[in-house]
Ligand binder design. Sequence first.
Ligand code: SAM
Length: 279
Amino acid sequence: MKIIDSLRDGYEILKTNKISSYKIDCEILMSQTLNISREEVLLNLEENIKKEEKERYFNLINRRKKNEPIAYITKKRDFWKNNFITNKNVLIPRPDSEHLVEQALIIIKKDQAKRILDIGVGSGCLSISILNERLNCKCDAIDLSKNALKLAKINANLHQLLNRIKFYKRDVDNFYNDKYDLIISNPPYINKHKIKYLGTINYEPKIALDGGLDGLEVIRKVISKSKCLLKKNGKLILEIGYDQKYKVINYLKENNFFVNKTIKDYGNNFRCIVSTKIY
Ligand SMILES: C[S@@+](CC[C@H](N)C(=O)[O-])C[C@H]1O[C@@H](n2cnc3c(N)ncnc32)[C@H](O)[C@@H]1O
């Protein structure tokens, strides 16, 4: 069977199962099967694939047709300027979270040596992306999930950053350490009862999504803890849910933070808040 014929059959299967990204997904899964780039797949459409390759490809298509995220099937995801290994123990890095990296890089100038804390490190995508561009900075990273930390360490190793990131398995509530110049956090912020309506997100770990009854339980913990962990004038960069801006701003103000700016995501929702601990 030719590559083009397998691709077409894959398109049909995914389309029938309402996977809107069916075309690119089939090409990615073919590139994964043949261990070549997507560009190479497209340049070799008339080539034949072996029987066992075809079998492997359709196994992947069958997983995707059940809505399993492509990043869990291929075990990798691009984020910012880097590639990260992903698995079912971590939230898949989202383009919207790149705003946190962008804001961190605005705050920390190129040769500054700042101490950063990443609360809820997950795959490590935020702190690794920042450390890759701020060579004099060091980062502590905490997460409740042992398995997420395991993967974050693998990613840190891949980016040769194990000497600049320290990992702690800790609830943010129970983390006591030195003072930091910058805290970044993309905490779980989905309302507990709404998680089940979120489609493919249901493959991702609940611990990375569940923000309690009002979606703000972990965000509140992060803010009150950051008040103690930040140096005076230290910055907190937070990712929030699309409808949480005003509640989070109020909570920040009650905790003596000055709100510097709010940033919208690619879907025009308020997604990121930068604030400063004033005293
Ligand atoms: C939304 S994910 C973010 C992962 C990664 N930072 C990113 O931006 O893709 C939230 C992470 O916070 C962790 N987490 C949840 N509750 C926590 C808590 N109370 N203390 C520390 N980490 C927590 C989860 O295990 C998960 O890895």
